[in-house]
Design a protein around this ligand. Sequence first.
Ligand code: PCA
Length: 201
Amino acid sequence: MRVLLTGFEPFDGRNTNASEQIARAVAADPPEGIELHVAILPVTDAEGPATVLHAIEQVQPDAVISMGEAAGYDAMHLERFGHNLRDYRIPDNAGVQIRDEPIEPDGPSAYDARLPLRAIEAAITQIGIPAQVTRDAGAFLCNQVLYTLLHHAATRRPDLLAGFIHVPLLTEQLRDGETTPTLSLKDSVAAIRAALRTLLP
Ligand code: PCA
């Protein structure tokens, strides 16, 4: 099984992104039976979604799991829907802040994620790491990449498994005095490895 795992570059004033670090660490030790490819996406309207589509062209994966960081989350969030909406709460890394715009003007308002979310939730919680199925990935680049993946699958790759996991900040990323919930890199990697194993036949 060939899987494309993506993370994002740092954004919002941080100098690392948990999702990038997790993607690189999982790539160094992928579960048996998974041929893992990694892409790190720019946090920009212009290049983030285009980079994941380009990686799909290159890798021809059976499944894509995209990840993004969400400061303040205390569990792995397995996102159920991608929405056809760009309504950025902050500017992207190119300084562009899009409000109230669709991603695909002729696309449906939402797509269901194409991953076994309940099986992933069970696999992660069974190893003692918090995970939950959640409704959506917001209206910034994470949602945009999820919707773009699902639109691509619906229109071009009906057999493609695809979805999005929002990850908490890493303990290692906390700034002085910050008290937001975190997960360690070790636990985060274990969670994503468990998620990947649910894709195996
Ligand atoms: N998180 C952002 C975009 C990049 C990332 O890691 C989001 O939640 O949309």
